[in-house]
Design a protein around this ligand. Structure first.
Ligand code: MN
Length: 275
């Protein structure tokens, strides 16, 4: 049995199929871990959702910001983007959306020794704390108040984590940390103005994984979300978003042995000026 982690698919079903062919993925034996953002921007979100859900417990996906945005669009909180109409109008949309809404924000496999999240882990959080914060939001999402959570999740404030946060602000920041975080200020507050490669940001901002004294630095963390990141040399962090939907690559890392990294080039499904 092989276990492959896969970067942000964003509705690029053809690229995903080609990648799985190239790595000789066996749906009866192998396992796939997705970093989230299965949907939106690309042309075939419906096909990607059906495929991943159809794998049952042979696939694990964590929620990304675009997955949560889809759930909000489905509830009328936001107008649907054009490329998501086929998904939202599909007859199996209710089952697909329920399945997505009950996916985790964080997946931990202690045997393989990896943590899977969409954007990252806050440097002030231990892994144990992060698991607890993820479960808080997951329970709300799976419960009957989930529409309130989706309606309240938009916004960049509060930017700084504290254990005393409560209510919608607490859940918004937990979601932002797991699904949107890139750069942090010296006090650990999230910055959403910059999304370029490290080196292009203003003084005083650091990528979350380079924050001094990061309390989860000993964990092996798989993440996506940052398509401009490029090659990094921080130990134990594994960036998987290589910008497939923008005409970059779709990337996988085999987790169960030394199979290593593999990428395929993707046709450009989306122009960056609409990012
Ligand atoms: Mn994302």
């Amino acid at each position: 049995m092989a276990v492959f982690a896969i970067g942000d698919v964003q509705g690029c079903a053809q690229a995903l199929k080609r990648l799985l062919d190239r790595i000789r993925f066996d749906p009866d034996e192998d396992r796939l871990w997705f970093v989230g953002d299965l949907v939106n921007r690309g042309p075939q979100s419906l096909e990607v959702m059906r495929f991943v859900r159809g794998l049952g417990d042979r696939a694990i996906t964590v929620l990304g910001n675009h997955d949560l945005h889809l759930l909000a669009m489905a509830e009328g909180i936001h107008a649907p983007s054009a490329e998501l109409h086929p998904l939202l109008e599909a007859e199996d949309a209710p089952e697909l959306l329920f399945w997505l809404r009950t996916r985790p924000l964080l997946h931990l496999d202690e045997d393989l020794g990896y943590v899977l999240v969409h954007a990252g882990l806050h440097p002030h959080w231990t892994l144990e704390e992060a698991v607890g914060y993820a479960r808080e939001v997951e329970q709300t999402l799976a419960g009957n108040r989930y529409i309130d959570l989706l309606a309240n999740m938009y916004g960049n404030e509060p930017a700084a984590w504290s254990k005393g946060l409560a209510g919608p602000e607490r859940q918004r920041l937990i979601i932002n940390i797991f699904t949107r975080m890139r750069y942090l200020g010296a006090d650990g507050s999230l910055d959403f103005r910059h999304n370029g490669a490290p080196g292009t940001q203003p003084d005083g901002l650091v990528p979350w994984f380079e924050a001094p004294g990061r309390r989860n630095a000993g964990e092996h963390i798989l993440f996506g979300h940052w398509s401009t990141l490029g090659v990094i040399d921080t130990p134990n962090v594994y960036p998987l978003d290589t910008g497939c939907v923008w005409g970059g690559k779709l990337t996988t890392l085999r987790l169960d042995d030394e199979g290593g990294w593999f990428s395929i080039p993707c046709p450009q499904a989306r122009k960056p000026d609409r990012r």
